[in-house]
Ligand binder design. Sequence first.
Ligand SMILES: Cc1ncc(C[n+]2csc(CCOP(=O)(O)OP(=O)(O)O)c2C)c(N)n1
Ligand SMILES: [Mg+2]
Length: 802
Amino acid sequence: MARATRDLKILRQLEKKSLWLACWMIDQANRREKVDGVKVGGHQASSASMVSLMTALYFDVLQPQDRVAVKPHASPVFHAIQYLMGNQTLEKLENFRGYHGAQSYPSRTKDVDDVDFSTGSVGLGVGITPFASLIQDYIVAKGWSATGDRPGRMIALVGDAELDEGNVYEALQEGWKQNLRNCWWIIDYNRQSLDGVVREGLYDRIETVFKAFGWDVVTLKYGALQRAAFEEPGGEALKEWIDTCSNQLYSALLFQGGAAWRKRLLDDLGDQGKVSALIDRRSDEELSGLMNNLGGHCLETLSETFNGIEHDRPTAFIAYTVKGYGTPLAGHKDNHSGLMTSAQILAFQEQMKVRPGHEWDRFEGLDGPASEMQAFLDSVPFFAKGRRRHRAERIEVPQTVAVSPAAVRDEISTQAAFGRILDAIGKSDSELAARIVTTSPDVTVSTNLGPWVNRRQLFARRELADLFRDQRIPSAQKWDFSPKGQHIELGIAEMNLFLLLGAAGLSHSLFGERLLPIGTLYDPFVSRGLDALNYACYQDARFMVVGTPSGVSLSSEGGAHQSIAQPLIGMSQDGLASFEPAFADELAIIMGWAFDYLQRDGEGDPDERTWLRDETGGSVYLRLSTRQIEQPGRKPNPHFAQEVIDGATWLKEPGANADLIIAYQGTVATEAIAAAGMLADRRRDIGVLSITSADRLNAGWQAAQRERARGNLHALSHAERLLGKLPRHCRIVTVIDGHPATLSWLGGVMGHKTVSLGVEHFGQTGTVSDLYEHYGIDVTSIAETAASLTSGREYAATMKGL
Ligand SMILES: Cc1ncc(C[n+]2csc(CCOP(=O)(O)OP(=O)(O)O)c2C)c(N)n1
Ligand SMILES: [Mg+2]
């Protein structure tokens, strides 16, 4: 049964208080002394636009299991509401947008007030909600989590211009395919974006799109006051006028207020007796109140509508609002970054009945006793269970994961090895296997997830048999969909992949159930989903992403599919530990470690061996290849395994007088080793450094330098330990099938002259050897570069003599 609205009178008071606090918070932030000449900013108008919606939701409609992505620039309203509830500190509000203050945009990781989804890059908060709902369904289908009487609703509070972002439509389409439920998008339809007023008729387009994807659309256009006025004699004419008024004009009149409304309405409708009387009966202030009374600002309408939804169909609410509602900024087309002037804020303060010196007092200026207000707040359902962050136990990672699938002297690619390792895990009945969920944007088979999927099957809430199998048509893929399945097959949109990985990677925190999500995609298309990848990492979601095939090593697969910048993306992406192993045994070690690393949430003290903050955990990126290479056939060895995780190990230890080492990352191992072999007769001491993670090696080096700067002179990173043994005159040649800058920094570690080989241009098709030669990462190029750098023992002798 639909829930009754809680006390409307009190809700109105809280709406007023939230608006005041949000505006005051921004005002005060902008009155702090500008330290470096950069504005502080904040969005009073965008916040005001959403204040009624958020009041109705947070203080009345929401239940503890609901999860909300708040439009980024309504962050002040969110913090104000949490402050009223005692979940946000005065200190942080006073320091809004400051160092350690309440964040400009709601942040799961940086804010203290129970943010469900971080937002900031518009469209992504919207896009993650359908995937969170899918993950909720996944968990319920597995019987792991009881969500109470009803599952949570995954809700996005959406700025209307956010709907310009393409990822929103990708998410809509995927949601339709996945049979989306329990998802609400509440659109703050103020018809303004950052730069101005939106195009006429957008409403129709929005409605049509949502309906096309099977959503219910609920329009909240008129508030209760307007609806009552429409019932008065002449009301129909007024309604007709409102419906045909352009967005620009409506905004302009809202900004100008009652007298302007009266003049314009009487100009347009004045000679129609009844409607003139309707207008004349109202003072300027009442008339302005009536025209401002859009659905999105009528608490009565909002609460009733939201509380009245009892089905679980995805629903879009188009809530008509006024940007800057209730403030002097209302309706002005330039109000996005507008701030109330000192005089305006003073007048606003008086209007809010807030005494000077009492601006932050929670119940200042409100009607009715504070005790009544407090009693109301104490019984708000959404906050009744306290902070809504869950935890989940760590899933044990069996030692056997770290077993290489390759036999000695096998030829295998890292991509194929990945498929085999996952298949081996899939065969077991371990808890690890049960908690892995895989996903791929239409490249499941071509990234070697096939065997795992055949074993573990595909997820859907409803069973769907593989018709080809039923018809006995031979196919390598046996694809049955069911609630038991552990692979979520996505359409091609890579943004959706990362949004899903983001949602699945937060499952332990959102739903209290641990998932170990693994997503695969072609390496170049990491860039296609990059903002969503960054978004997932920013929220501290935990997942493994596998980019394969990568580089120019994919050979004839095509120039357009080559990836160059991805190793640098992996290095620079915060929250993501990146690896590019060359051999199957290394990959097995890394995956075994990664399953544990994904689950860590320690305090972040650095490890004194590597200076990496491994205890905090994070996500993992594996850059793999389809190129089959001969395996070294090494025996398991804990020291070796540790070095693979730390980022580098000597494949061939350099001698004491080495004047050259070749350092490689990834599948060009073969070329690096062969080049070293070619040079061996002239340089006995040559070393080959196998780098499994330029990312971790570099991060440890940076951290150790910082530690030394702080006074701990003994801090030494793994890179420094490895390269510190080399004589000063030793030269380094680095090689990677990717951007050479990935490894060129190695020269800076101990000051060795370094030449970096790699790929800076792309687009050429050919065999691996054609392309390696073309880009100068083949055996001969490596050897020639090395030879041109040094001239063997003679050179070393000269150096000694200097
Ligand atoms: C991906 C991205 N591009 C640009 C911005 C900058 N930006 C912040 S808000 C905004 C306009 C949003 O308008 P709307 O969604 O209608 O919200 P309103 O301010 O009207 O409430 C823009 C362009 C951003 N935050 N993210
Ligand atoms: Mg807008």
